[in-house]
Design a protein around this ligand. Structure first.
Ligand SMILES: *Cc1c(COP(=O)(O)O)cnc(C)c1O
Length: 419
């Protein structure tokens, strides 16, 4: 459920008619609904309240906008960060350092040191090598790092290959068969306090059974580690719960997910941690665009819009589907190919799709663009960096400026020896 609805034939974000925002800010433009964000945050949190002890760390990479993080901080979410930059954002948004977990295979020495200094709550170690490096830094600083070991459970998440992370051939975590030995070594290394295990098998999961299989394997490992005399008090189950991108698609609901976790973890006696991203932010945003022109094509016309793969990369990266809808639909439909202006054939949002009939100058949206949307935007083809707006009832504000090509140009230098 979201708060992007038609009123009198015009698409609104909560109480704001989208054409108002297009006129004030220009297109392309991301529009977020605060009510939708809050609702998703609460639904997920409330569903998991069936578990005895829960900690939520929002996956910042799905939507790192400061205003988004502020809303989630107020809902009691911590942050799952994958870089020093994301950590600084979470702190800037007022998230407590203690509620931040740091994931990622390539945390640098400087990032580890800064995270220790900031006092973040947990390091999700992705290798023995990383653990030993962190131990050295922590010991030198006179600190102890709270850690969990990320395990690669070798389970096929059944999602797009580029967002699968839990197969043996993926770079993430330590191999399942080696995990107990690595855990034992790190647990006896000064500077580290090993407290549990973590996993994250992939994103946009449409079924719960791969998650259940992976969680079950982690339970077996947890018992083996405990039997060898080491404590396991925290299990970080990662993120990955998918959202329907196509109207009518049916996905597992947060309650189904929570019920599955409760069943699998019965009697585990752990603090259960979660790192939801897409399930919180996916539906909270749309990318609004204007039709530049409609060009005759072979079979279907090309609807050329002013948004492109640099603004919303998911279709080009993962063949992802985003529903396309006119802001003021006239009732008729056409079959069309939707493309952006970038000089790459991958700058294609949809081929042979039945859509609202649109013509030059019309406004439209790509729906479910709140996760992995603006955050992946870039300035390819010297396009501006796409701006973001948040709506809250009848209020709205620009929460990220459009960065113009001139600003980017101003950061470039011609060396003296070329001048
Ligand atoms: C990307 C990622 C997440 C969030 O994934 P979603 O599919 O957006 O829920 C959580 N944890 C880790 C370690 C990740 O890399």
């Amino acid at each position: 459920m979201d708060h992007f609805d038609y009123r009198n034939g015009v698409l609104h974000a909560e109480d704001i008619a989208l054409p108002t925002l297009a006129e004030a800010v220009g297109t392309p433009l991301y529009v977020y609904s605060r009510a939708t964000l809050t609702r998703h945050a609460r639904v997920f949190r409330d569903a998991l309240s069936v578990l005895p002890r829960v900690k939520l760390a929002f996956a910042v990479k799905s939507n790192p906008n400061l205003a988004v993080l502020k809303v989630l901080a107020a809902e009691g979410y911590g942050a799952d960060v994958v870089s020093g930059g994301e950590m600084e954002r979470a702190l800037a948004a007022g998230m407590k350092a203690d509620g931040i977990v740091f994931s990622g295979v390539g945390k640098t020495h400087a990032e580890l040191a800064r995270a220790l200094e900031a006092g973040i709550g947990q390091f999700n170690l992705e290798s023995e090598e990383e653990g030993l490096e962190l131990a050295e830094i922590a010991t030198a600083m006179g600190k102890t790092a709270q850690c969990v070991l990320r395990v690669n459970p070798d389970v096929d998440a059944g999602t797009h290959g580029k967002i699968s992370t839990g197969k043996a051939e993926n770079k993430f975590g330590v191999p399942y068969d080696r995990a107990a030995a690595i855990y034992a070594r790190l647990a006896t290394t000064p500077g580290l306090a090993m407290r549990g295990l973590a996993l994250h098998i992939g994103s946009q999961l449409s079924r719960l059974d791969p998650l259940e299989a992976a969680f079950t394997k982690i339970g077996v490992l947890m018992r083996a580690i405990r039997e060898s005399g080491h404590a396991v008090t925290h299990i970080d189950f990662g993120g990955g719960v998918g959202v329907p991108y196509k109207a009518g698609d049916v996905f597992p609901q947060p309650e189904d997910y929570a019920a599955m976790v409760a069943r699998v973890t019965e009697g585990w006696d752990v603090t259960a941690m979660f790192e939801p991203g897409r399930v919180i932010t996916g539906n909270t945003g749309v990318l609004m665009t204007r039709v530049v022109r409609v060009k005759e094509g072979v079979g279907a016309p090309w609807v050329v819009v002013d948004a492109a793969m640099n603004d919303l990369a998911r279709p080009a990266l993962y063949d992802a589907w985003h529903d396309f809808a006119a802001v003021v639909p006239e009732g008729a439909t056409i079959e069309a190919n939707i493309v952006g202006p970038i000089c790459e054939s991958s700058d294609t949002f949809a081929m042979g799709r039945t859509i609202d009939a649109v013509k030059r100058g019309d406004l439209a949206v790509f729906r479910t663009a709140g996760a992995y949307g603006a955050t992946m935007a870039n300035t390819y083809n010297s396009r501006p960096l796409v701006p973001e707006v948040m709506v809250d009832g009848d209020k709205w504000a620009v929460v990220a400026d459009r960065i113009e090509p001139a600003t980017i140009l101003a950061a470039e230098r011609v060396p003296e020896w070329l001048a």
